[in-house]
Design a protein around this ligand. Structure first.
Ligand code: PEP
Length: 249
């Protein structure tokens, strides 16, 4: 099955509004030159408004880095999926390792995935093992546990709204990248989990690789079996680097 490439930029807790506006304009221009590739950016909440304005009329999807699982309520400091939809967001990261490290549990990720789908948005579900998991040989088990919780309440018919990102924790922001072989093996394991739970529908979601992706390693990763796209952190903050990654996708 051919799946359209998906290149996503996680801006994390960076960029004031004016900087976000400039970067979004550059991404929109770069994406216009690659119409066969799906592109999304994930600004901080405070920049969603200006990035939405800047991306108007472009093919770039507006993303958010998280949301609360409740529809509304007494949750000071939180943002609901419906609020994100109202702000023009189309896709939401669920279970990014930096949030898991801050206490987000597997079950909470599952609730967030449900909330995102309920609001009519697309979850981009992040899973990945730590270095200790990898060294202990438990990578597949960790992926299976995180996947099961994230998709506990997902129906096969909803899979066309979901993508997955394999992000080994030890490769995020460290400059260490999984080899294409390691990434492909993890992607195969995740595809097996998707098909095992959902049957043929499990072939639909794209599985992105994330972890210190740069222009220098992006092409090789994308050429590896089972890698449908890239979730780029640090390099997505640099317009020239992100454009190069897109140009070679
Ligand atoms: C990320 O934040 O999802 C990520 C992969 O970051 P980096 O590319 O900086 O490792």
């Amino acid at each position: 099955m051919t799946r359209p490439r998906f290149i996503a930029g996680n801006w994390k807790m960076h960029l004031l509004a004016a900087e976000a506006r400039r970067l979004a304009a550059d991404v929109a221009t770069a994406a216009a030159a690659r119409p066969q590739v799906d592109v999304a950016v994930f600004p901080a909440f405070t920049a969603l408004h200006v990035v939405r304005e800047t991306l108007a009329g472009s093919r770039v999807l507006l993303g958010a880095q998280c949301c609360h699982e409740a529809a509304e309520g007494a949750h000071t400091g939180e943002v609901s999926a419906a609020m994100l939809a109202d702000a023009g967001v189309r896709v939401v990261l669920c279970g990014h390792s930096e949030r898991r490290a801050a206490g987000e549990t597997d079950d909470a990720v599952g609730l967030r995935v449900r909330a995102v789908l309920r609001a009519g948005l697309r979850p981009l579900v992040c899973v990945g093992e730590t270095l200790a998991d990898r060294e202990a040989g438990t990578t597949d088990g960790v992926l299976a546990r995180q996947f099961a919780a994230a998709c506990a309440d997902v129906a096969g018919a909803e899979l066309s709204s979901i993508d997955v990102a394999y992000e080994p924790v030890w490769a995020i922001g460290t400059g260490r990248t999984a080899t294409p072989q390691m990434a492909s093996a993890a992607h195969a394991s995740l595809r097996g989990l998707l098909v095992g739970k959902f049957g043929e529908a499990g072939r639909g979601p794209r599985i992105l690789y994330g972890g210190s992706v740069k222009p220098v390693n992006a092409t090789e990763l994308l050429a590896s079996p089972g890698i449908d796209g890239l979730l780029v952190g640090g390099a997505s903050l640099d317009a020239a680097q992100f454009r190069l990654i897109l140009e070679n996708s």
